[in-house]
Design a binder for this molecule. Structure first.
Ligand code: F6R
Length: 615
């Protein structure tokens, strides 16, 4: 998964493309490159490293001139991250330049055919094969670029979002997508191309989102011409009016996007509620659920499919759906589900959870569920994303853009949406009484303020981070609703600080992990008052007696644990079902501060990318 940007118009393409790449760096940041046509020749500048390294190189090489350009920030799939493997790639004749996000699976077979025809390759990438295939089609049958791209893509197997231009026709860029996102920004006699709208939001609010299997020829002076790749059918493109603002995607004074996004959670959750939860009227409105209520009420079970943090949100949802709406739930890693021949039927409902709405494994799980007749409901953050379009119905989380690679506000807003769904279905099924329903809604409404309070522990959490930062390993324990939070807390720590962390159900400790505990091992225990409190306190005692260092998350005013633990972090009291929305907050801050203290790149941890569009 990579980020792609393109520009054609009257501005200096370099400035637009470079800034766009910086906004897309969350999608990949092991190398970057740019191709510009300066009126005489095609100039390429690319390098291993970040977009800032690219800028330094382009300034040194004096590659900044041109009104048409494409750029790429890479997360390596084929070939190690180095200068040669970086995009853009150029065809053998030097005419065509391409950027590509995705994988061409049959590149090896195509490469052999092209090699037999005299083509040579300089990189290890599948993308260089594709650009030469396009050239071969173009040259051998005298096709225009658009037609050559179409013919070549009909021979390619895999996933792609591509942008390609011909230095001999520097007034058009050809784009196509299958499995990787691609948006076209429509300006005043200028066009932008990007993996999402953030690179062009400051220039235009009008965007066309290509659908899977579509391509477009974008030429100055006329409307983009969009067609189906496989059957040539022309499509009348729908122009979306974008609602996000530039301010929403910049740091607003915070040192990192992750910190900004942690602090945005009270507002993000209010945005998730907006128009849905009318606590005073005792109503939850969710069109995606209302329109398909029977599907949910008659479901044999709900299958939740997701990856990573979104999978943890799914685990929290399992507790609340079973608890409140009494619908059996299975939570599946999408990557496992898609390959294990699962039993799925028309009475199953799948809920697919994804911040980006682009995760390849989750997409594949959705496809499988649909093929087997299940109704599929999406819970996504990115509006217009592939998953939100592929699903039968859905609910957006409305968290706003999440740029930090470590997911924070997406997680709590996913839990919020799923909790609202569980409550709504519980009421519809009669598994929750009217009075309890009202109590839950009133409590839910207080969650943003309670998160504000949890955030006030920040200074104290800095001390806890200092206490933990030199550990090599750590354990996170929780029970019931807080078991998934323990998993999420551990994931947050390992992904941004690279400290090994394991999440475990607290009671499982005695079945193995207890052997790890010694005076070197910090154990973060979620011990809020609701939900197996006494049992978790016993677990804390067991850790204490083995000299483990204890960091406990407790409910405000708890004195029992304070007397045993090395550090306690307080969160406000709430209903057991909503505790994950509060206990998650200090764990996010703890990971954040540890990573900052260790000098790690918090927003762009090594080897990770925000949107995993490869399996
Ligand atoms: C962790 C993280 C990842 C994502 C996972 C799924 O902080 O961000 O584990 O949760 O890659 O991504 P989405 O939700 O976009 O499908």
């Amino acid at each position: 998964m990579c980020g792609i940007v393109g520009y054609i118009g009257q501005k200096d393409a370099y400035d637009v493309v470079l800034k766009g790449l910086q906004r897309l760096e969350y999608r990949g940041y092991d190398s970057a490159g740019i191709a510009l046509y300066d009126g005489n020749q095609l100039n390429i500048c690319k390098t291993k490293g970040k977009v800032s390294d690219l800028n330094t190189k382009c300034i040194a090489d004096n590659v900044r001139k041109g009104k048409i350009g494409i750029g790429h920030t890479r997360w390596a799939t084929h070939g190690e991250p180095n200068d040669v493997n970086s995009h853009p790639h150029v065809s053998n004749s030097g005419r065509l330049a391409i950027i590509h996000n995705g994988i061409i699976e049959n590149y090896d077979a195509i490469k052999k055919v092209l090699e037999n025809r005299g083509y040579t390759f300089h990189s290890d990438t599948d993308t260089e094969v594709l650009v030469n295939l396009i050239e071969e089609v173009m040259m051998s049958d005298d096709h225009k670029l658009g037609k050559a791209v179409q013919i070549a893509l009909n021979q390619a197997v895999g996933a792609y979002a591509i942008a390609v231009f011909d230095r001999e026709k520097p007034n058009e860029i050809v784009v196509a997508r299958l499995g990787s996102p691609l948006a076209i920004g429509v300006g005043d006699n200028e066009f932008f191309i990007a993996s999402d709208a953030s690179p062009f939001i400051e220039y235009t609010k009008s965007a066309i989102y290509l659908e899977d299997g579509e391509m477009g020829v974008i030429r100055l002076g006329r409307e983009p011409r969009i067609r189906k790749i496989h059957n040539d059918k022309l499509i009348d493109p729908y122009i979306h009016e974008l609602k996000i603002s530039l301010d929403q995607i910049e740091k607003s004074g915070y040192e990192h996007f992750m910190l900004k996004e942690i602090y945005e959670q009270p507002e993000a959750i209010k945005d998730t509620f907006r128009g849905r939860m009318l606590a005073d009227k005792g109503v939850i409105r969710m069109a995606g659920v209302d329109d398909h209520l029977e599907k949910f009420l008659n479901a044999d079970r709900i299958i939740i499919a997701a990856c990573g943090t979104s999978w943890h949100a799914g685990l929290v949802a399992e507790y609340i759906f079973e608890d409140i709406s009494r619908i059996p739930v299975e939570v599946e890693y999408a990557s496992e589900f898609r390959y294990r021949n699962p039993v799925i039927g028309p009475n199953d409902v799948m809920i697919a959870i994804s911040q980006s709405g682009e995760t390849a494994d989750t997409m594949a799980a959705i496809k499988l569920a649909k093929e087997n007749g299940a109704f599929v409901f999406g819970v996504c953050n990115v509006v217009g994303s592939s998953i939100s379009r592929e699903t039968d119905a859905g609910a957006y989380t409305h968290a706003g853009p999440e740029i930090g690679v470590a997911s924070t506000k997406a997680f709590t807003t996913q839990i919020t949406v799923l909790s609202l769904m569980a409550l709504k279905l519980g009421k519809a099924k009669g598994t929750i009484s009217n009075s309890d329903f009202h109590l839950y809604l009133n409590e839910m409404e207080s969650i943003p303020d309670k998160i504000e309070k949890a955030l006030q522990e920040n200074d104290h959490i800095l001390n806890v981070a200092e206490f933990m930062k030199n550990s090599k390993n750590s354990l996170y324990l929780g029970r019931g609703y807080n078991f998934p939070v323990a998993l999420e807390g551990a994931l947050k720590l390992k992904e941004i600080s690279y400290i090994h962390a394991e999440g475990y159900p607290a009671a499982e400790m005695k079945h193995g992990p207890i052997a790890l505990i010694d005076e070197e091992m910090p154990v973060v225990v979620i011990a809020t008052r609701k939900g197996h409190y006494e049992k978790v306190v016993s677990n804390i005692q067991e850790i204490k007696s083995r000299k483990g260092k204890i960091i406990a998350l407790v409910t405000e005013g708890d004195d029992t644990v304070k007397n045993i633990a090395d550090h306690v972090i307080e969160v406000p009291e709430t209903f057991e079902a909503f505790t994950p929305l509060l206990t998650t907050i200090p764990l996010q801050l703890l990971s954040y501060h540890i990573a900052v203290m260790l000098g790690k790149n918090v927003d762009q941890p090594r080897n990770l990318a925000k949107s995993v569009t490869v399996e």
